[in-house]
Design a protein around this ligand. Structure first.
Ligand code: HEM
Length: 495
């Protein structure tokens, strides 16, 4: 399957360029007075402006996509965290984050703040390791191997869980005017990832089977709440209770232990593969849990709802075009979506890329300058000092008007054809260009190709089964119209 992805994106063009011949500028912006500057920026970021306006207004004020600012979490109870960052908000400056010669990725997954190591069994799991640290290569190789081995069950397991989810939604829509899909989707994601990554159905343990996904939600929330805007509480309560102090691990320690024991008991085979790469049993289990729970479950939980709702709310005729493309590529009498068929669905792939461009599931990326260097951006060069923390905010970077025409618009076929393939050099959701390859030498998402192929497969399956669907304003289906074409309506799976 994944050779499909590679052939879909093989592009004649080189990786993102640097157009750096221009003048040298000092980086605009200031950090303000100690404590007050970070506090003001924090309140702007979470409350008065919000993430998007925070970055956009400063970019406009400084007339530069590169500038200095403070990033939360900060003051008062986040000790030892330096909030100062250099924002990089165009494709050129952002792509320096992918250069391991310039950038150190040690402990900067979510910025200067790092959740307590208690959340990961007191070890620094792979995502927190820089490429120069020996442990990184071991974990990355293991992750890549794990994904390669899981390919046999990845799509069949996804298909059967997707089928279950859609049946739940269908029957709820039979009784109500809308059906919220968030919980069924989370169950689907958790279950297929358990099978693909650990090798067992979560239902082998009734506790993990029933509420494993909720355990992961809580574990993720406690780590990430200090860094994300929360709708759960109105201001100023969100500032006081969610963004002022790190949350302690003990609140989820029992659940984490259950998940740990689940992997130890049922994932013995995958643990032994990790041991072949030099990880101890304990390191293996914490790394497996992190890849499963944080990278994979967390990533899909953000991305797939964006994909479903973007298309479900479209009023431009995109659904009809997708349906026609999917149906026209299904050659088999059984009507199931096969790998070769998926390969030809150019609009499906392009739509998935466009959703990733406008809704990058991991919006922020960080990296620390290894040495002094000059950062390139739109023809200017900005001197960066060793140790400074660069922060890229993808929702703005992916709307760089010097790269993308009608950059703010959703253009479903943007990535179709030769010009479309060239633009994949500038699609950065995976912490690297879409034309790049995850290796031990870089920090690009190990599952870059799996993620896109899974999303394409989901879209194709939906349009194989249904003539139409619609979403409301939340994460809900308001219409799911079964395919009238009998060949398409036959339940199937991966050939
Ligand atoms: C929609 C789903 C996903 C998204 C959006 C996503 C995104 C990302 C991003 C942005 C990074 C880089 C983080 C950084 O260093 O700044 C990353 C790293 C990583 N991802 Fe993914 N990911 C997804 C799914 C997965 C899955 C399914 C797996 C494996 C099963 C996976 C494994 C990894 C690993 C191992 C790394 C660390 C790479 C390294 O340390 O070199 N990801 N991912």
């Amino acid at each position: 399957m994944l050779s499909i992805c590679s052939s879909m994106i093989s592009s004649p063009s080189p990786p993102p360029p640097s157009s750096a011949a221009g003048t040298t500028r000092s980086i605009p912006g200031s950090y303000g007075f100690p404590l007050l500057g970070p506090l003001k920026d924090r309140l702007d970021y979470f409350w008065f402006q919000g993430q998007d306006k925070f970055f956009r207004s400063r970019m406009e004020a400084h007339k530069s996509p590169v500038f200095r600012a403070n990033m939360p979490p900060t003051f008062p109870f986040f000790f030892g965290i330096d909030p100062r960052i250099v924002a990089v908000l165009d494709c050129d400056s952002f792509s320096s984050l992918f250069d391991p010669a310039l950038i150190d990725k040690r402990n900067v997954l979510v910025g200067s703040y790092m959740p307590s190591l208690n959340f990961t069994g007191d070890i620094r799991v792979g995502v927190y390791l820089d490429t120069t640290e020996p442990g990184h290569a071991a974990v990355k190789k293991f992750s890549l191997d794990l994904l390669r081995r899981s390919s046999a069950v990845w799509f069949s397991s996804f298909e059967s869980n997707l089928s279950r989810m859609l049946s739940t939604i269908e029957s709820e829509l039979g009784q109500n005017s809308s059906s919220n899909f968030f919980v069924p989707l989370q169950k689907c994601i958790f279950s297929f990832l358990c099978k693909s990554i650990i090798g067992v159905e979560p239902s082998v343990s009734s506790e993990v089977g029933d509420s494993g996904f909720v355990m992961l939600d809580k574990w993720l929330a406690l780590q990430l709440l200090p860094t994300v805007s929360a709708q759960a509480l109105p201001q100023p309560f969100a500032e006081i209770f969610l963004h002022s102090f790190p949350f302690p691990f003990f609140l989820v320690a029992r659940d984490y232990k259950k998940l740990y024991n689940f992997v130890a008991k049922h994932g013995a085979e995958v643990v032994s593969i990790a041991e072949e790469y030099g990880l101890t049993k304990d390191e293996a289990i914490h790394n497996i849990l992190f890849v499963l729970g944080f990278n994979a479950f967390g990533g899909f939980t953000v991305f797939l709802p964006a994909l479903i709702t973007t298309i479900g709310r479209d009023k431009t005729g995109l659904k009809q075009r997708l349906r026609e493309e999917v149906r026209s590529h299904i050659k088999s009498e059984k009507g199931v979506v096969g790998f070769e068929e998926l390969k030809g669905m150019e609009l499906v792939w392009s739509t998935v890329y466009e959703v990733l461009r406008l809704n990058p599931p991991v919006p922020l990326q960080f990296g620390r300058a290894r040495e002094d260097f000059e950062l390139n951006s739109r023809g200017a060069r900005y001197p960066v000092k060793k140790g400074e923390l660069l922060c890229g905010y993808q929702p703005i970077v992916m709307r760089d008007p010097t790269v993308f025409d009608r950059a703010d618009e959703f253009v479903a076929d943007r990535f179709v054809g030769e010009e479309g393939k060239r633009l994949l050099n500038y699609l950065f959701w995976s912490n690297g260009p879409e034309t790049g390859t995850p290796t031990v030498q870089n920090k690009q998402c190990a599952a870059k190709d799996h993620v896109v192929a899974t999303a394409c497969f989901m879209l194709a399956e939906i349009f194989r089964r249904y003539d139409d669907y619609e979403c409301g304003d939340g994460m809900d289906f308001t219409k799911l119209e079964k395919a009238t074409n009998t060949a398409a309506a036959v339940p199937g799976g991966v050939k």
